[in-house]
Design a protein around this ligand. Structure first.
Ligand SMILES: [Zn+2]
Length: 177
C-alpha cells in the first residue's frame, strides 16, 4: 500500500489516451490498492490511472455514505466502456484531484450504462445507474480518453485556469531548485 503522486493539470500525462488492461494479476491488485490509498489521502471519490501517471484503462470509485464515510462502496473498474448515456442533462458541481482547489458546474447525463471488467477479469455491467455514481463514472471514464471536466467550461474560464496552473507549476519548479 502506498500513496502515489497525483499528476496535476496541465501535465501532458493527463491528455494521453489509455491502453486496455490485459493481465489481471497481483501487480494490478497492488496498483488499484495504491489508487484507493491515494484517493482517500486527497479526499476524492474517484481516481483514474492517468492521474497517478499510469495510462491504462483503470478507475477506482468509492461513493461516500450519507454521513460522508467511505470504504463500503469500493469499486475497481477495469477497461470501462460507456454503452449508453440517458435521461436529462443534469448540472454537476465537480472538482478533480488533478485540478486541486478548483470546482465548477458542468453538464452530465443523468443515467449511464457502463460495461467493464472486475479485478479478476470478469465481464460486468453497471446497468442504467444514476445519481452521483453515474456522474462520477462519466468524469472518471473521461480521464481515460484524456479529457478533464474543465474542458467543458467556457474558453475564457479555461484560459484563466491554464495560466493559473502554469504559474503554480513554475513556482513549484523554482522552489525545488
Ligand atoms: Zn478527475
Amino acid at each position: 500500500m502506498a500513496i502515489r503522486e497525483v499528476i496535476t493539470y496541465p501535465d501532458d500525462t493527463l491528455r494521453k489516451p489509455c491502453t486496455e488492461v490485459t493481465e489481471f494479476n497481483d501487480e494490478l491488485k497492488t496498483l488499484t490498492d495504491d489508487m484507493f490509498d491515494t484517493m482517500y489521502e486527497f479526499e476524492g471519490i474517484g481516481l483514474a490511472g492517468p492521474q497517478i501517471g499510469v495510462n491504462k484503462r483503470i478507475v477506482v470509485i468509492d461513493i461516500p455514505e450519507e454521513d460522508g464515510s467511505q470504504g463500503n462502496n469500493k469499486l475497481v473498474i477495469i477497461n470501462p466502456v460507456i454503452k449508453k448515456l440517458e435521461g436529462e442533462k443534469v448540472e454537476s458541481q465537480e472538482g478533480c484531484l488533478s485540478v486541486p482547489g478548483y470546482q465548477d458546474t458542468v453538464e452530465r447525463f443523468e443515467r449511464a450504462t457502463v460495461e467493464y471488467q472486475d479485478l479478476q477479469g470478469n465481464h460486468c455491467v453497471f446497468d442504467n445507474v444514476d445519481g452521483l455514481f453515474a456522474i462520477c463514472l462519466q468524469h472518471e471514464i473521461d480521464h481515460l480518453e484524456g479529457k478533464l471536466f474543465i474542458d467543458k467550461l467556457s474558453r475564457l474560464k479555461r484560459d484563466r485556469l491554464k495560466k493559473k496552473f502554469e504559474k503554480i507549476k513554475k513556482e513549484q519548479r523554482a522552489a525545488a531548485e
